[in-house]
Ligand binder design. Structure first.
Ligand code: ADP
Length: 259
């Protein structure tokens, strides 16, 4: 199956627009992601990256635009038009397709690591508890945190908490992983571990969108880079082109810090 085969499309967002009051933060944003692709969203602070990411799974409701999951095949596809009223069922279906890893980890502070990981699969997805526990243990083992299953978030370092955040997302078995600046709240010495886990997931073929300030990392793992500024996409293309040989002045200025 070629990467351009339309049946490989995981998500297609078209013309997303969003304002907060009189502040227009997104204009005409398009995002396409095919199976196994890694897309990095980069750009200055306040350029709208997080709002795009949150719009892809309905944590933010855009004012206009569409998000389509799947190849449009009626049995598995999902098409949402934010310009019309979005029903609860559609929103729930949208949220079920992807899982978000947050900048501030967002673990439940009063729950153990294991409970944090199985909460979504058991309570929301109604999976059998024993199966969810076995899967959680397997995933914790893989990120080197098997011995922390009964610990509480406050007992863990930031890097460990974020690895639990990633495991919690994986446990939902989403079609798409969304990362919102997953390392920017970490002490510098803990960044590498978390980026290492994300890189492994990319190599395993997970489909992901990553908002990141780590340009060297983006160059390493991303198939496509989208550079945003002022709520619009300024430039997009293969990571090596956008980061190493950008065409737009604004992109050139931004990626200078990589060189
Ligand atoms: P980035 O991720 O690139 O830093 P954001 O998507 O977080 O950018 O923010 C884009 C703009 O939207 C900023 O001006 C920000 O202040 C504004 N914004 C984001 N979320 C909200 C919100 N919930 N209410 C009001 N303004 C918001």
């Amino acid at each position: 199956m070629s990467p351009t085969d339309p049946s490989n499309m995981v998500l297609e967002a078209r013309n997303l627009a969003k304002s907060f009051g009189s502040n227009t933060v997104l204009r005409d944003i398009d995002v396409e992601i095919r199976r196994g692709q890694v897309v990095a969203l980069i750009g200055p602070s306040g350029s709208g990256k997080t709002t795009v990411l949150r719009s892809l799974n309905g944590l933010e409701i855009p004012d206009a635009g569409t998000v389509t999951f799947g190849s449009g095949d009626a049995s598995s596809g999902l098409a949402i038009n934010f310009g019309a009223k979005v029903g609860k069922k559609d929103l729930a279906a949208l949220r079920d397709r992807s899982a978000m890893v947050f900048q501030q980890f967002n673990l439940f502070p009063h729950m153990t690591v294991l409970k944090n990981v199985i909460e979504g699969p058991v309570q929301v997805q109604k999976r059998p508890k024993a199966e969810a526990i076995a899967e959680a243990e397997r995933l914790l083992e893989r990120v080197g945190l098997a011995d922390k299953r009964d610990a509480y978030p406050f007992e863990l370092s930031g890097g460990q908490q974020q690895r639990v955040g990633i495991v919690r997302a994986l446990a939902l078995k989403p079609q798409l992983l969304l990362f919102d600046e997953p390392t920017s709240a970490l002490d510098p010495e803990l960044v590498g571990d978390v980026l290492g886990v994300i890189k492994e997931l990319a190599e395993e073929g997970w489909t992901m969108v990553i908002v990141t300030h780590e340009l060297a990392f983006a160059q390493h793992v991303a198939d496509e880079v989208i550079f945003m500024d002022g709520g619009v996409v300024v430039e997009r293309g293969p990571a090596a082109e956008v980061l190493r040989a950008p065409r737009q002045e604004r992109t050139k200025l931004f990626v200078k810090r990589l060189q």
